[in-house]
Structure formats: structure tokens, C-alpha cells
Design a protein around this ligand. Sequence first.
Ligand SMILES: [Zn+2]
Length: 240
Amino acid sequence: MMRTVALTIDIEPDCPPYLRTYRGIESGLPALLEVLEKYDVKATFFITGDVALKYPQEVAKIARRYEIGCHGYSHMRFDRMTFEEAADEIEKSTAVLRRLAGRVVSFRAPNLIFPERFLGLLKDNGYLIDSSLAKYKVGHLYRIHAGGKDDLNNGLLRIPVSATSSLLRLPLGNGILRRLDSPVILFFHPWEFVDMSGEPVRWDCKINTGSRALARLESLIGFFKNSNYRFCTLSDFLRL
Ligand SMILES: [Zn+2]
């Protein structure tokens, strides 16, 4: 079977919760889109409703070429919300994104934390895919051990991410990529392609940001192309 890789990008304020700036969208995103176009690869962009309202033209532009998914409204953590607050976040962001981008069927919660009690809200709002799980988190391993299925759960296709977003910026070669099972789901943020070294953020949000991260992205795309992986959007997996 052909091995597959999905590049996914979460669009939100810079390095939350530390900053409320949008340099990632203003200068990281154009650089990122240029690389994706240069290599002609597919990608899925998870966008918050708040960003979509502030940057509607950027969202419409991305939607012409890539899949758009929902990343909540305010980038607040869902595990700190009541059921009503979670419903409101999902309904509001979904309405904004569908107005700008048309079909939106993939969801990813901020911080990859989405309580199971809210899964029904995704179905109620027409979502087919949830990508809020992470293969490297203890909670996910526990779920699988307890008999939770990776793929279909509550009528949703659950697609866990394969590695932390800082994979792009850690001083590692491409050898580590060979160890990830297919489908490989990677994620990163536009602010990682902006130099964050002078910002008051956590150390792991600063290292190798900016042009280094962009060069790493090119190298990583080259690795998957040379290894004959097929690039997919998350909604492609509904058909695979
Ligand atoms: Zn996020």
C-alpha cells in the first residue's frame, strides 16, 4: 500500500497563550504558501474563527487551493469549557469558516485537547473528521489500550497527529521521519516561520524559528517526495 503524509497547519495568534500578535499570518503564512506551491503539495489548514474574521481574504485565498478545517473560535482550551461554551465555540467558528471557504468537515481542537463528551457536537455541526488526538500523548495510548479505535469513533474519522509541531525545529535529521508510521500527520504554525528568538515566549517556541524552520520544511517535503509518499489532505482519508 502506498504510504501517505498529510501536512497540516494550525492558524491562530502567535505562540498562544504568550502573544496576541499575528505576525505568523502576516509574514510567516506568505512564506509557507510559497514553499507549498513550489513543491505542489496538498495541505490542510485548521483556522480559528477569530483569525478568519480578522483575515477573511487570506482564508479565501488558502481555500482556493487547500482544505480548510476548524480550530475552534478563540483558541481557548475545550477542557476548560462548559458544554454550552463548547457548543458556542464550534457553532460560531464553523459559520464563519463555511461562509468564507465553503465545505469544512475537519476539526482540530487547540492544544490537541478535546474531551470525548464534546464529540457529539462535531457530528451535530456536520464534521466528518477529528484530528485532536496525538500519537505521542499518553492519553491516546491509553485510549487504544482500552479498546478505543483509531479510525471510526462516534461516526467520526479520528486522525491523530504523528509528532509534535516542534519536530520541524528540533536539531534532528530526516532519519526520524522514517520511524513514523503511515499515514504520517505533521502539524505546524505560520508563526514558526517568523523569527521568534526575541519574543517573550517559552524557549521551545523560539528555537530555530524563521528561515531555519522554512529550510527544514523544504528538506522534509523533499524527503517525503523522494521516498514516494503521497501527499493528502485530511478529507482525502475519507475516500482512502
Ligand atoms: Zn492551535
